[in-house]
Design a binder for this molecule. Structure first.
Ligand code: ADP
Length: 495
């Protein structure tokens, strides 16, 4: 029976409250415990999340293990067609999903949440179409032996996801894992358990029960047991560097493969010959001001040639000042709220640190005046200039709407500054000179490098970082083959 979209997110939040989704059904946690889910724009409780623990992990993994056998035995293209069908159904629910994720995450509906909902659907359509690419090879080993390789599913995949783009970041794990014949158990992020639960519920209309399960709960008590479970054969994680290390250590104990998408402090080099209009638009988009800067790819280090620096800063300030901070569900709103009190305090703390470190603070746009939003976690975007490249605000990931602008004289100096970071997720260069563009793309130490644009994660483009930004790639054919299958070598002796 098709599920009808529910456009009032507060009704939906209540309906989904207190559940995991295991074996095709919403189920309460074994321990009966739940915790509150808040609307960060008002501080009000909108629903509850199941407070899952090792018992629920055990149930979900057992169900996934049982379901995976039949799933892997279906023809690859049949799995692909089902996933593409999920994408189409999710698209018909995109307004509903956009509203729900806006309510629980504080991301503005028009600029962010609605966009996320449509990219989510597109990811399933994209990966569904890749099913027939699960090919092996023949190997010229010995003329008397037929030697070939096949791609085999790894089994049960554990996926641990964050709160900033929960549906899309879940899709880039779940879609390739399922198409490749695995079953999945997702552990959602504490602050955003509802929209992803709804996605999973909608997909049950098409998928066999048990292949896609989702648990909510806290990191150490629910995510930890999932990573450690003996039948979880692969973990894909997106989150902080510190938790990524914990997950990696636990996976090392079991010697299972992991994919880690961690933090960033991405540089954006604006050369003296850059098209300034494009660079300003790219800085606004790249810094994800409309997502309150809550992005691992945020272009939070803007390195601008001295000839353009002052003009760049002036125009950037003017542009950010036009962005409206407000109720995430209001169509007029460009910028919503920070996700939770802990992050809010962290971001505000960094703004204070920046001032103490002697940088010049430009605090922009205006906080909402609506009394209904007086407890909302709104932060005005900040652009720091005159920043010491060794300052904490220049080196540490803030994960908030705080950008640092630096001035450089030579291209060499810009490249050195750009690469002088513990992170290596994304980088951009803005120039009208082909040679400069080519040299920059070669020398920038990052996994995702762009010239004169700053796109977000795209289906078909391998996305992932180096250094502390993580291990492995997502969103592409390569990610499906390398991260959700293993290669089996088969030799047939024909003598
Ligand atoms: P943040 O601090 O922004 O919440 P985290 O990296 O801690 O970032 O969280 C990302 C995801 O990792 C969340 O789903 C969280 O619950 C989960 N997580 C946190 N700690 C652990 C852990 N010890 N083991 C497994 N997952 C964890």
């Amino acid at each position: 029976m098709p599920i009808d979209p529910i456009l009032d997110p507060s009704v939906l939040a209540k309906e989904l409250s207190g559940y995991h989704l295991i074996n095709g059904k919403l189920v309460a946690p074994k321990n009966g415990k739940t915790f509150d889910v808040l609307n960060p724009a008002t501080g009000k409780v909108i629903g509850q999340a199941a407070d899952g623990d090792a018992d629920d992990v055990a149930i979900a993994v057992a169900v996934a293990k049982a379901g995976q056998k039949d799933w892997a035995e279906r023809p690859a293209r049949e799995r692909g067609k089902l996933l593409a069908e999920c994408g189409r159904i999710l698209m018909s629910h995109s307004e509903e999903l956009g509203r729900l994720v806006a309510l629980e995450s504080g991301k503005a509906l028009r600029t962010e949440s609605r966009v996320e909902a449509s990219v989510l659907a597109d990811m399933f359509v994209f990966f569904g179409g890749l099913a027939s690419e699960l090919k092996g090879e023949t190997v010229p080993f010995n003329p008397n032996m037929m030697t070939l390789t096949t791609r085999e599913a790894v089994g049960v995949v554990g996926a641990i996801i964050p709160w900033n783009v929960p549906m899309m970041l879940m899709a880039i794990k779940v879609a390739p894992a399922l198409v490749a014949g695995n079953a999945v158990v997702v552990k959602s992020a504490e602050d955003t358990p509802l929209a992803v639960l709804r996605v999973c519920q909608i997909m049950q209309e098409v998928l066999p029960a048990g292949v896609f399960n989702i648990l909510s709960g806290f990191g150490p008590s629910c995510g930890g047991p999932l990573v450690e479970h003996k039948d979880v054969k692969k973990v894909s994680f997106t989150g902080s560097v510190e938790t990524g290390r914990t997950v990696y250590r636990a996976a090392a104990e079991k010697l299972i493969p992991v994919t880690l998408e961690l933090g960033g402090k991405s540089p954006m080099i604006v050369m003296g010959d850059a098209d300034l209009d494009k660079a300003i638009a790219g800085a606004i988009g790249g810094m994800r001001f409309t997502r309150q800067g809550q992005s691992c790819t945020a272009a939070s280090r803007m390195l601008v040639h001295e000839s353009l620096h002052d003009e760049f800063v002036k125009r950037l300030i003017d542009k950010v000042n036009t962005l409206k901070i407000g109720d995430p569900l209001d169509e007029e709103t460009d910028i919503g709220t920070i996700i939770n009190r802990k992050q809010f305090d962290k971001v505000c703390g960094y703004i204070e640190v920046g001032e103490k470190e002697g940088a010049t603070k430009n605090e922009l746009s205006a906080l909402p005046t609506d009394s209904a939003l007086s407890d909302g976690l709104f932060v005005r975007p900040v652009i720091f200039t005159n920043v010491d490249p060794n300052a904490r605000i220049a080196r540490e990931e803030i994960f908030g709407p705080v950008a640092c602008v630096f001035k450089f004289k030579t291209f060499e100096e810009a490249l050195e500054l750009a690469n002088d970071s513990d992170f290596g997720l994304a980088a951009t260069v803005w120039t009208t000179d082909l040679k400069t563009a080519l040299v920059a793309t070669k020398r920038l130490e990052a996994g995702f490098v762009q010239v004169n644009q700053n796109l977000v994660v795209q289906p078909n483009l391998s996305y992932g970082g180096i250094k502390l930004s993580g291990l492995g790639k997502e969103a592409s054919l390569e990610s499906m083959l390398e991260h959700f299958t293993y290669k089996k070598t088969i030799i047939l002796n024909m003598e």
